[in-house]
Design a protein around this ligand. Structure first.
Ligand code: DX5
Ligand code: ZN
Length: 217
């Protein structure tokens, strides 16, 4: 089954609850929530209070992508704010602290994920893979919505799919960045099963048609 996770980064923040309801009704199972601190990535988005409000407004699965330096500092707060899954960048702290953040989120009853920037080799996340529910392959440089899909990252998705299957693991493979009706089939063919899409969903007036188009091929 393919999970569609619209990224609220491209939603209208003044009516987040309505935006969430619209994509839920259109068949999206998850919401992708991008947290940026202006340090780990050159942009600032939203954080704990917005997540708290969104949690009250929807029962959708909240997939929180932490693009922040030293995420262990805020792991407890993001869990308390209502995240269902916290995804950590392997580049955002020492290996020891990333492992600690993963185990803290798990202790607090959350699902976990690890992710990497396009320039980071796949090997960097293998040490964590047995402890997480999801691996996210970034298909743009993190920081902004609306960028062009990086086709060269498909090889990472393919190698990850082979590795996960060979090891008998069951974690999700998520892709994020530049996913639209043309690139979604490429990512799925390479082995991804969770598609994040910001502009291709919230940038379109008809969200039901937009989600159907992602699932079409
Ligand atoms: C980028 C974010 C993405 C972003 C994707 O740093 O992680 O989740 O919202 O936006 P689109 O789908 O427009 O590329
Ligand atoms: Zn994201």
């Amino acid at each position: 089954m393919t999970v569609i996770a619209p990224s609220v980064l491209s939603a209208d923040f003044a009516k987040l609850a309505m935006e969430a309801e619209e994509v839920r009704a259109a068949g999206a199972q998850w919401l992708h929530f991008d947290v940026m601190d202006g340090m780990f990535v050159p942009n600032i988005s939203m954080g704990i209070p917005v997540l708290k409000s969104l949690r009250k407004a929807t029962d959708m699965f909240l997939d929180v992508h932490l693009m922040i330096e030293k995420p262990l500092r805020y792991t407890r707060q993001f869990c308390a704010a209502g995240a269902d899954l916290l995804c950590f960048h392997v580049e955002s702290d020492t290996g020891e602290n990333i492992a600690a953040a993963i185990s803290l989120a798990r202790e607090l009853g959350k699902k976990t994920g690890v992710t990497l920037k396009p320039g980071t080799p796949l090997e960097a996340l293998l040490p964590y893979i047995k402890d997480v529910d999801l691996v996210l392959v970034m298909t743009v440089e993190p920081g902004f919505g609306g960028q062009k899909f990086m086709t060269d990252q498909l090889d990472k998705v393919r190698r990850l799919r082979e590795y996960i299957n060979a090891q008998g693991l069951s974690c999700f493979i998520e892709v994020d960045g530049g996913i639209d009706e043309n690139t979604a089939p490429l990512a799925l063919e390479a082995g991804a099963n969770v598609l994040v899409a910001g502009s291709a969903v919230f940038g379109k007036a008809d969200r039901a048609a937009a989600i159907a188009a992602l699932k079409a091929k």
